[in-house]
Ligand binder design. Structure first.
Ligand code: 3PG
Ligand code: MG
Length: 393
């Protein structure tokens, strides 16, 4: 059994909360605060319980070095605005100054530790480092679903050293994504896009046995076209993806799950705004053109599938949506997702950006804060940060 925050007596305790505040920064400010807002319910709950709240996160990949541009200060500033209370920061995440700062916290106070990955011991899941983190608190709460696929000191090691419970965001993520694997309302339609088929193979293989239809867009479709012997022009093609795509097509043939590739694509000479675009059939791509979006026939067939869905999981854009000329496919799929009566779940950084860009975020049942984590979960893999929360008693 996994222990949940609300079942565990935390009142008045010192609580170490692993959050995923790995957020995009721009000019020393938080550019997208989605992950910070997602952690607010747990933080508020702990404050209401009179806890001293010690937050810990990584930011970027500083690889064991102190990198000034990856300090947590901008995150603390944004969190403080969102909470409407001061958020203290520290120069480090362990050590005597941090221990003293934690001891000074009163009930309801919030302290955000410095970037965990300034220590190589974090990603190494070093036992002594995990023990130093554990010594800061009475209870450990993991609310960092986005980092749950990493077996690091703050996500895995520390969970064995303190009473360890799942935070409210973690619970919601596991419930929403877990339902997709366990008992999805049918038909269950999965939309996958993005550049690399090798990133999606695990999810595709799993979904062939769980979903009713898989719709594939994005540049990864060119690996499938190539595997079928089609011309892909100057499109972004992942060479290692071609045999992988061939294998997936073979598995799909043996499955009752429908597997739909684009029937047409939007092509242009270059991935640039204002380029002359036209739609061509998938088996008629010009050798000197690049595929940059799914075409209108594909939009029609994909949206028809989505209209009747009971559950939809979407990961990966259909084209280069950051440029308006190549955004129509991703936008149309997004609009069909929210127009359906389905339970809708969106995972992955790029897909979340797309959903926000088109103003659809509020109409999605669940926008996951996990990119890699949500994909590994959907592959049916156990996430080390979640496994470590299982109660061994
Ligand atoms: C993410 O954004 O993918 C998570 O925060 C994990 O970060 P990582 O990929 O650098 O481990
Ligand atoms: Mg990642």
């Amino acid at each position: 059994m996994r222990r949940s925050l609300t079942d565990y007596p935390v009142a008045g305790k010192r609580v170490l909360v692993r959050v995923d505040f790995n957020v995009p920064l721009d000019g020393g400010r938080v550019a997208d605060d989605t992950r910070i807002r997602a952690a607010l319910p747990t933080i508020q709950y702990l404050r209401e319980q009179g806890c001293a709240v010690v937050l810990a996160s990584h930011l970027g990949r500083p690889k064991g070095q102190v990198v000034d541009s990856l300090r947590m200060a901008p995150v603390a500033a944004r969190l403080s605005e969102l909470l409407g209370c001061p958020v203290a920061t520290a120069d480090d995440c362990v050590g005597s100054a941090v221990t003293a700062a934690v001891q000074r916290l009163a009930a309801g106070d919030v302290l955000l530790l410095e970037n965990l990955r300034f220590h190589a011991a974090e990603t190494a899941n070093d036992a002594a480092f995990a023990a130093e983190l554990a010594a800061l608190a009475d209870v450990y709460v993991n609310d960092a679903f986005g980092t749950a696929h990493r077996a690091h000191a703050s996500t895995e090691g520390v969970a064995h050293l303190l009473p360890a419970v799942a935070g409210l965001l973690m619970e919601r993520e596991l419930a929403m994504l877990g339902d997709l694997l366990r008992d999805p309302a049918r038909p269950f339609v999965v939309v996958l896009g993005g550049a690399k088929v090798t990133d999606k193979i695990g999810v595709i293989e799993k979904m062939l046995s769980v979903a009713d239809a898989i719709l594939v867009g994005g540049a990864m479709c060119f690996a499938f076209f190539k595997a079928a012997g089609l011309e892909v022009g100057t499109s972004k093609l992942e060479p290692e993806g071609v045999p992988v795509a061939a294998g997936i097509v073979a598995s799909a043939r043996d499955s009752t799950c429908a597997f739909d590739l684009p029937a047409d694509v939007v092509v242009a000479s270059a991935p640039e705004a204002g380029a002359a675009v036209r739609a061509v059939a998938a088996d008629n791509m010009p050798a000197d053109k690049m595929g940059l979006d799914i075409g209108p026939a594909t939009v029609a067939s994909f949206t028809a599938r989505l209209r009747g869905a009971g559950t939809i999981f979407w990961n990966g854009p259909m084209g280069l949506f950051e440029i308006d000329d190549f955004a129509a496919g991703t936008r149309a799929v997004g609009e069909a997702v929210v127009a359906s009566k389905a339970v809708t779940v969106v995972g992955g950084g790029d897909t979340v950006s797309a959903v926000r860009r088109f103003g659809l975020e509020d109409r999605i049942t669940h926008v996951s804060t996990g990119g890699g984590a949500s994909m590994e979960f959907m592959e049916g893999r156990a996430l080390p940060g979640v496994v470590a929360l299982l109660d061994k008693e």
